[in-house]
Design a protein around this ligand. Structure first.
Ligand code: SF4
Length: 391
């Protein structure tokens, strides 16, 4: 679910900086007080008159040497770049990475690729190297992001491995983006330390939520899914510590072959022991990362777990808990579940298949991950406006 888009292919048309830099993309050719430091001027045409005063120049069309430092022509792979975006330019690698896209409602910061879990279906397989430069970039990017940004996610790897740097990042977002909701995806284990949970709470971010996966009511099954012994205990203690410190928590459950049978018992476990969490997200499998390599052992057709899903949603709903179904197409869900289904697939990796042409529910349906070309439900079919039209 990361928004990070990175592509090589920038063609320099002037002298280059040596080091990577982070800039806000603007299309107003009048430089502001901070343009010399922070702004890249976007020039759609091959106009060779380049106004002075900007940190960098981005041309959407071919142009000859314009003389200005850090002037680049970008190709079709960068066509999404627009005003308000915040990007990282690496002159040596000729690459541009979008850190924030102004037109997307799905912006997520990747803060580290390190993780202390090793989930069988991980979409972003962990890497152990030092990647603290990711946070360095974000610390530069956050003050450049428009203050009307609705929501930003923080993801990894495991963000909580950043320790105090995560707390500092949340503080920076509170100060520069005070009305932006922040959603952190974490395995929750580091919050088994009550002092760390309190440090996050003490930021007093006005709109912060942690999304924490729990895959079973049985410790041994959760520990198997995340490939880490003792993880269940730490994660549950982490959830309790965060809630005790009044930090909002969403519990996430990814449905696949190893987890779907336990879904009804898991829902009863939540309804009895963790009724106070703020949201429960029941999620379809995205076939990328380890989920892609383990597809044969993990894939189960959503049509084949409708009984368990209806049971779980009914339990949670009756317990008064907020519950949502993510990453499922409406035609694969029992119609009683439609009120709980959310359009959750990020816009930049979202697609629809031939069956969707003329479907009466297309506007309401979240469609597919791009990775669904690998495997998709046999239940996908065009719907009429009649809700009862399910085969
Ligand atoms: S046919 Fe396509 S648009 Fe219609 S409900 Fe199914 S997946 Fe969604």
């Amino acid at each position: 679910m990361l928004v990070k888009l990175s592509a090589r292919g920038l063609r320099p048309v002037g002298p280059l900086s040596a080091e990577p830099f982070v800039v806000r993309v603007v299309d107003d050719a009048t430089p502001s007080a901070s343009s010399a430091e922070h702004d890249a001027l976007l020039l759609r045409g091959p106009d060779s008159s380049v106004p002075p005063g900007f940190r960098a120049y981005l041309f959407g069309r071919a142009t000859s040497d314009v003389g200005a430092r850090d002037a680049y022509v970008f190709g079709a792979e960068h066509g999404y770049v627009g005003p308000g975006d915040v990007v990282r330019i690496n002159p040596r690698q000729r690459s541009l990475t979008a850190l924030y896209r102004a037109t997307s409602p799905f912006n997520t910061f990747l803060v580290t690729e390190r993780c202390d879990n090793y989930c069988t279906m991980c979409s972003q397989p962990p890497k152990p190297h030092d990647d603290s430069w990711l946070v360095d970039d974000l610390e530069r990017a956050i003050p450049l992001i428009p203050t009307d940004a609705a929501e930003i996610g923080i993801s990894g790897g495991e963000p909580a491995l950043l320790g105090d740097r995560l707390v500092a990042l949340l503080r920076l977002m509170r100060d520069h983006l005070p009305t932006t909701a922040v959603h952190v995806l974490s395995n929750g284990r580091r919050f088994s330390d009550p002092a760390f949970a309190r440090a996050v709470a003490d930021v007093r971010h006005p709109d912060l939520m942690f999304g924490i996966p729990l895959y079973a009511d049985l410790p041994e099954l959760h520990d198997y899914v995340v490939q880490a012994k003792g993880a269940f205990d730490e994660t549950v203690r982490g959830i309790l510590n965060l809630k005790r410190a009044r930090v909002r928590v969403e519990v996430r459950f990814v449905i696949h072959k190893d987890t779907f049978e336990g879904l009804p018992d898991f829902a009863r476990f939540l309804a009895r022991n963790l009724t106070f969490v703020d949201h429960v997200a029941l999620m379809g499998l995205e076939l990328i990362g380890f989920a892609r390599s383990n597809v044969e052992s993990l894939w189960v057709d959503p049509i084949d777990y409708q009984r368990e899903l209806v049971d779980a949603v009914t339990t949670l709903d009756r317990a008064g808990m907020r519950v949502s179904i993510f990453n499922h197409q409406l035609c694969t869900l029992d119609s009683s579940l439609w009120p709980f289904a959310r359009k959750s697939v990020s816009d930049w990796k979202n697609l629809y298949f031939d069956e969707c042409a003329g479907c009466a529910q297309r506007e309401a349906c979240g469609g597919f991950f791009a990775s669904s070309t690998l495997r998709r439900s046999r239940g996908v079919h065009r719907l009429t406006s009649d809700v009862s039209d399910r085969s």
